[in-house]
Design a protein around this ligand. Structure first.
Ligand code: KIV
Length: 271
């Protein structure tokens, strides 16, 4: 295994430069040490400690309940086992919407306490000033436009965004604002492929798509979705690269059966 110092780590600069070089950015989420380690060894560029941990890890219906302290706890666990990937941490709902001072304090806590390299925030115009201040003081920020799950109570559902002309124009305008505020990348979630391609062509920072078609500079998925761990959640944009829920179920049944029948442990597995 490579030592931390010998590995060329992915930085926000690397990600920015990928726009020019044309290298596509591969990103996935992780919330725990084992997954982060396996992802890092596989060569992922960005690991997002997403607030989707609220749904995936904590069993909530939305991303609203997860707290800043919980995000920090999981981010610490992830950064501990990552040597190469850029670790980005979602700022949870209401940790950056109140005012710029509170945003800076909370983003500062994330970087200082976790060792992560950047934060991610949802929205455009409403938070552009805070994003500008964060980037000004040295906190790298990833934007997130389109479907923004923290605003679920405003939109009342997870329908695609930007299908109407006005909403599409607002997303494009927000992307330009975030670019001016200094973000190093923008996640585009569940918007028409054509709109995502237009945003990608317009801004100089890489776009990372999730349900935003082929025209983005990179792609991100929730690791549990692409591994088939969250079987009941299967929107069009999720591709299953494994069926781990089924494999885990079979393994657990086999173990229970072995224990009940006295087949585990064997002599060889004993001292
Ligand atoms: O929280 C998350 O996992 C995310 C990705 C879906 C982009 O924000």
């Amino acid at each position: 295994m490579a030592e931390k110092s010998k590995v060329k780590a992915v930085t926000t600069r690397t990600v920015l430069e990928s726009k020019r070089s044309g290298d596509r950015v591969a990103a996935l989420t992780a919330y725990d040490a084992i997954t982060a380690h396996v992802l890092d060894e596989a060569g992922i560029d960005i690991i997002l400690v997403g607030d989707s941990l609220s749904n995936v890890f904590q069993g909530n219906d939305t991303t609203i309940p997860v707290t800043l302290d919980e995000m920090i706890y999981h981010a610490k666990v992830v950064t501990r086992s990552v040597k190469r990937a850029l670790v980005v941490v979602d700022m949870p709902f209401m940790s950056y919407q109140v005012d710029t001072q509170e945003t800076l304090r909370n983003a500062g806590r994330i970087l200082k306490e976790t060792g992560a390299s950047a934060v991610k925030v949802e929205g455009g115009k409403a938070i552009a000033e805070s994003v500008g201040r964060m980037t000004e003081v040295g906190i790298p920020v990833m934007g997130h436009l389109g479907l923004t799950p923290q605003s679920i109570n405003k939109f009342g559902g997870y329908r695609p965004r930007g299908e109407e002309k006005e909403e599409a124009a607002a997303i494009l305008a927000d992307a330009k604002l975030l670019e001016s505020a200094g973000v190093f990348a923008i996640v585009l979630e569940k918007i028409p492929a054509q709109l995502a391609a237009k945003v990608t062509k317009t801004v100089k920072v890489p776009t990372i798509g999730i349900g935003a078609g082929q025209g983005c500079d990179g792609q991100i998925l929730v690791y549990a979705d692409m591994l088939g761990l969250t079987q009941e959640f299967k929107p069009r944009f999720v591709r299953h690269y494994a069926n781990l829920a089924e494999q885990m179920h079979k393994a657990f049944i086999a173990y229970i059966d072995d224990v009940k029948k006295g087949k585990f442990p064997s002599k060889e597995e004993s001292y």
